[in-house]
Design a protein around this ligand. Sequence first.
Ligand code: THU
Length: 160
Amino acid sequence: MKDIKIETTLTVFETINELPDDMAALMQKAIDIRLKAYAPYSNFLVGAALLLDNGKVITGNNQENASYPSGLCAERTAIYYAGSQFPDAKIVKMALSAGPKAKGTAVPIPPCGACRQAISEYEVKQELPIDIYFMGTTGKVVRSKSLENLLPLGFDRSFL
Ligand code: THU
Protein backbone atom coordinates (compact mmCIF):
# COMPACT_ATOMS: atom_id res chain seq x y z
CA MET A 1 0.00 0.00 0.00
CA LYS A 2 1.19 3.50 -0.71
CA ASP A 3 -0.22 7.00 -0.80
CA ILE A 4 -0.14 9.11 -3.91
CA LYS A 5 -0.05 12.88 -3.71
CA ILE A 6 -1.72 15.05 -6.32
CA GLU A 7 -0.47 18.61 -6.51
CA THR A 8 -2.02 21.57 -8.31
CA THR A 9 -0.39 24.91 -9.02
CA LEU A 10 -2.63 27.88 -9.69
CA THR A 11 -1.63 31.50 -10.25
CA VAL A 12 -3.49 34.32 -8.53
CA PHE A 13 -3.64 37.82 -10.02
CA GLU A 14 -4.77 40.61 -7.69
CA THR A 15 -7.09 42.18 -10.28
CA ILE A 16 -7.92 41.97 -13.98
CA ASN A 17 -5.42 44.86 -14.44
CA GLU A 18 -2.55 42.54 -13.54
CA LEU A 19 -3.34 40.27 -16.50
CA PRO A 20 -1.49 40.58 -19.82
CA ASP A 21 -3.45 42.94 -22.11
CA ASP A 22 -4.84 40.21 -24.38
CA MET A 23 -6.05 38.20 -21.39
CA ALA A 24 -7.60 41.26 -19.72
CA ALA A 25 -9.49 41.91 -22.97
CA LEU A 26 -10.77 38.31 -23.05
CA MET A 27 -11.84 38.56 -19.40
CA GLN A 28 -13.65 41.81 -20.14
CA LYS A 29 -15.62 39.92 -22.81
CA ALA A 30 -16.54 37.30 -20.20
CA ILE A 31 -17.70 40.10 -17.87
CA ASP A 32 -19.74 41.76 -20.63
CA ILE A 33 -21.48 38.54 -21.67
CA ARG A 34 -22.10 37.63 -18.00
CA LEU A 35 -24.34 40.67 -17.77
CA LYS A 36 -26.52 39.24 -20.57
CA ALA A 37 -27.06 35.85 -18.89
CA TYR A 38 -30.60 34.51 -18.67
CA ALA A 39 -30.78 33.52 -15.02
CA PRO A 40 -34.20 34.56 -13.66
CA TYR A 41 -34.33 31.66 -11.16
CA SER A 42 -30.91 31.76 -9.50
CA ASN A 43 -30.03 35.37 -10.28
CA PHE A 44 -26.49 34.04 -10.49
CA LEU A 45 -24.83 35.28 -13.67
CA VAL A 46 -21.95 33.54 -15.40
CA GLY A 47 -20.03 34.59 -18.50
CA ALA A 48 -17.47 32.66 -20.55
CA ALA A 49 -15.19 33.88 -23.31
CA LEU A 50 -13.05 31.52 -25.39
CA LEU A 51 -10.14 32.35 -27.64
CA LEU A 52 -9.76 29.82 -30.47
CA ASP A 53 -6.56 29.11 -32.37
CA ASN A 54 -8.17 30.57 -35.50
CA GLY A 55 -8.37 33.92 -33.71
CA LYS A 56 -12.14 33.82 -33.13
CA VAL A 57 -13.56 34.74 -29.75
CA ILE A 58 -16.67 32.84 -28.67
CA THR A 59 -18.74 34.00 -25.73
CA GLY A 60 -21.59 32.39 -23.81
CA ASN A 61 -23.56 32.73 -20.62
CA ASN A 62 -25.84 30.61 -18.47
CA GLN A 63 -29.29 29.93 -19.85
CA GLU A 64 -31.85 28.84 -17.27
CA ASN A 65 -35.21 27.18 -17.67
CA ALA A 66 -38.43 26.88 -15.65
CA SER A 67 -37.66 23.17 -15.73
CA TYR A 68 -34.42 23.75 -13.82
CA PRO A 69 -32.29 20.83 -15.13
CA SER A 70 -32.97 21.93 -18.71
CA GLY A 71 -30.82 25.03 -18.20
CA LEU A 72 -27.17 25.15 -19.22
CA CYS A 73 -24.04 26.65 -17.70
CA ALA A 74 -22.12 29.44 -19.43
CA GLU A 75 -19.05 27.30 -20.02
CA ARG A 76 -20.95 24.60 -21.87
CA THR A 77 -23.03 27.13 -23.82
CA ALA A 78 -19.74 28.58 -25.09
CA ILE A 79 -17.73 25.42 -25.71
CA TYR A 80 -20.59 23.61 -27.46
CA TYR A 81 -21.11 26.61 -29.72
CA ALA A 82 -17.38 26.68 -30.48
CA GLY A 83 -17.36 22.91 -31.08
CA SER A 84 -20.36 23.09 -33.39
CA GLN A 85 -19.24 26.12 -35.44
CA PHE A 86 -15.50 25.44 -35.55
CA PRO A 87 -15.08 21.68 -35.10
CA ASP A 88 -11.40 21.73 -36.06
CA ALA A 89 -10.39 24.77 -34.02
CA LYS A 90 -8.64 24.43 -30.70
CA ILE A 91 -9.64 26.36 -27.59
CA VAL A 92 -6.52 28.16 -26.44
CA LYS A 93 -7.79 30.34 -23.59
CA MET A 94 -10.92 30.52 -21.50
CA ALA A 95 -12.03 33.42 -19.29
CA LEU A 96 -14.85 33.05 -16.75
CA SER A 97 -16.63 35.60 -14.60
CA ALA A 98 -19.46 34.72 -12.22
CA GLY A 99 -21.45 36.03 -9.30
CA PRO A 100 -24.83 36.89 -7.85
CA LYS A 101 -26.60 39.57 -9.90
CA ALA A 102 -27.49 41.90 -7.04
CA LYS A 103 -24.27 42.18 -5.08
CA GLY A 104 -21.54 40.53 -7.13
CA THR A 105 -18.60 38.83 -5.42
CA ALA A 106 -14.84 39.14 -5.13
CA VAL A 107 -14.52 35.37 -4.67
CA PRO A 108 -13.05 33.72 -7.79
CA ILE A 109 -15.69 31.23 -9.01
CA PRO A 110 -14.33 28.07 -10.66
CA PRO A 111 -16.32 26.04 -13.21
CA CYS A 112 -18.73 23.45 -11.76
CA GLY A 113 -17.94 19.75 -11.89
CA ALA A 114 -20.11 19.04 -14.92
CA CYS A 115 -18.43 21.86 -16.84
CA ARG A 116 -14.99 20.61 -15.84
CA GLN A 117 -15.90 17.25 -17.35
CA ALA A 118 -17.19 18.94 -20.51
CA ILE A 119 -14.12 21.16 -20.86
CA SER A 120 -11.92 18.11 -20.30
CA GLU A 121 -13.47 16.43 -23.35
CA TYR A 122 -12.23 19.28 -25.56
CA GLU A 123 -8.80 19.39 -23.96
CA VAL A 124 -8.37 15.67 -24.63
CA LYS A 125 -9.81 15.97 -28.15
CA GLN A 126 -7.56 18.85 -29.17
CA GLU A 127 -4.42 17.53 -27.43
CA LEU A 128 -3.68 21.05 -26.22
CA PRO A 129 -4.15 22.35 -22.68
CA ILE A 130 -6.76 25.05 -22.20
CA ASP A 131 -5.46 28.04 -20.26
CA ILE A 132 -8.30 28.89 -17.87
CA TYR A 133 -8.77 32.16 -15.97
CA PHE A 134 -11.67 32.57 -13.55
CA MET A 135 -12.90 35.35 -11.27
CA GLY A 136 -15.97 36.58 -9.45
CA THR A 137 -17.44 39.86 -10.62
CA THR A 138 -14.51 41.85 -9.27
CA GLY A 139 -11.17 41.26 -7.55
CA LYS A 140 -8.74 38.36 -7.88
CA VAL A 141 -8.34 36.27 -11.02
CA VAL A 142 -7.15 32.67 -10.72
CA ARG A 143 -5.30 30.96 -13.56
CA SER A 144 -5.06 27.24 -14.21
CA LYS A 145 -2.76 26.39 -17.13
CA SER A 146 -4.79 23.28 -17.90
CA LEU A 147 -8.23 21.89 -17.09
CA GLU A 148 -6.40 18.84 -15.77
CA ASN A 149 -5.37 20.87 -12.71
CA LEU A 150 -9.03 21.37 -11.85
CA LEU A 151 -10.08 17.78 -12.51
CA PRO A 152 -7.47 15.30 -11.33
CA LEU A 153 -8.25 11.64 -12.01
CA GLY A 154 -10.60 12.65 -14.80
CA PHE A 155 -12.61 10.21 -16.87
CA ASP A 156 -11.75 10.30 -20.55
CA ARG A 157 -11.94 8.35 -23.81
CA SER A 158 -8.88 6.27 -22.96
CA PHE A 159 -11.03 4.21 -20.58
CA LEU A 160 -13.63 3.29 -23.19
N1 THU B 1 -23.49 28.04 -13.55
C1 THU B 1 -22.68 28.23 -14.63
O1 THU B 1 -23.09 28.84 -15.62
N2 THU B 1 -21.43 27.73 -14.59
C2 THU B 1 -20.90 27.06 -13.53
O2 THU B 1 -19.80 26.55 -13.62
C3 THU B 1 -21.65 26.99 -12.27
C4 THU B 1 -23.08 27.35 -12.35
C5 THU B 1 -24.85 28.55 -13.60
C6 THU B 1 -25.92 27.49 -13.63
C7 THU B 1 -27.10 28.23 -13.05
O3 THU B 1 -27.72 28.94 -14.11
C8 THU B 1 -26.48 29.22 -12.09
O4 THU B 1 -25.12 29.33 -12.45
C9 THU B 1 -26.59 28.82 -10.63
O5 THU B 1 -26.10 27.54 -10.42
